[in-house]
Design a protein around this ligand. Structure first.
Ligand code: PEP
Ligand code: MN
Length: 263
């Protein structure tokens, strides 16, 4: 169902008037984790000033260590909804439990399925059963074929509003947190009709690589870029090493717009 052979035209996912998959670039920014109303609203305000409408923030955090911050849960979803309403934005947030998918639809605009859950087939089926766009991230060790099959699981249940997101894969290379598989973008665009985004934060894990990787993503045909922004990354409860502060965000976005890659 997700194959380009079945449907030659591009699928477009519409969020707050932005048509993802229309050949233009769309941007998703926001903190790694929702920590407080003030924290999310501060980022939303900075985004709003740039005309950006797609806000991210994790309420359920799949952390490597069980002793790390696990997210605010439904309280986090409520904060996202409040900020989305106040700033007229669409919010994207990860859901990790199939039983939470329906409930989450009351609070968020896009359900994110994270890398660690890309092959959680019960979660994929639950995501396929709701009428809500899904942002599906590539698994840490998933082949492109497995990634496409994960999207197929969602669409097989009836939900074709899927955005694919390349977020880096695990290789032997340690200079970056993961290895951004940039060629996955044109392959996914060729093999499927779905929009493809690139998460430059989790793929690189390095602030100094966000801009060049975002340029590369756009140059190679990505429909959008995701990156993490936090008002004060040094005190962030997750991913404090790689989130941009507001000044860095400003520079990143201005330089990206000035790069001639964005149309
Ligand atoms: C995230 O986007 O918050 C996240 C945890 O990313 P990933 O699932 O790609 O690691
Ligand atoms: Mn993160």
């Amino acid at each position: 169902l997700v194959s380009r052979k079945k449907k030659p035209e591009d699928t477009i996912v519409t969020l707050k008037g932005e048509n993802i998959g229309d050949g233009k670039q769309h941007f998703v920014f926001g903190p790694c984790s929702v920590e407080s109303y003030e924290q999310v609203a501060t980022v939303a305000k900075a985004m709003k000033e740039k005309g950006l409408k797609l806000l991210r923030g994790g309420a359920y955090k799949p952390r490597t260590s069980p002793y790390d911050f696990q997210g605010l849960g439904v309280e986090g979803l409520k904060i996202l909804k409040r900020v989305a309403d106040e700033y007229d934005m669409a919010v994207i947030s990860e859901i990790v439990n199939p039983a939470d998918i329906e409930m989450a639809c009351d609070y968020i605009d896009v359900i994110q399925i994270g890398a660690r859950n890309m092959q959680n087939f019960e979660l994929l089926k639950a995501a396929g059963a709701v009428n809500k766009p899904i942002l599906l991230k590539r698994g840490l060790a998933a082949t492109i074929e497995e990634f496409i099959n994960a999207a197929e699981y969602i669409m097989a249940q009836g939900n074709g509003q899927i955005i694919l997101c390349e977020r880096g894969i695990r290789t032997y290379e340690r200079a970056t947190r993961n290895t951004l598989d940039i060629s996955a973008v044109p392959i996914l665009k060729k093999e499927t009709h779905l929009p493809v985004m690139v998460d430059v934060t989790h793929s690189t894990g390095r602030r100094d690589l966000l801009l060049p990787c975002a340029k590369a993503a756009i140059a190679i045909g990505a429909d959008g870029v995701m990156a993490e922004v936090h008002p004060d990354p040094a005190v962030a409860l997750s991913d404090s090493q790689q989130q941009m502060d507001l000044k860095q965000f400003d520079e990143f976005y201005n330089q990206l717009l000035a790069s001639n890659f964005v149309n």
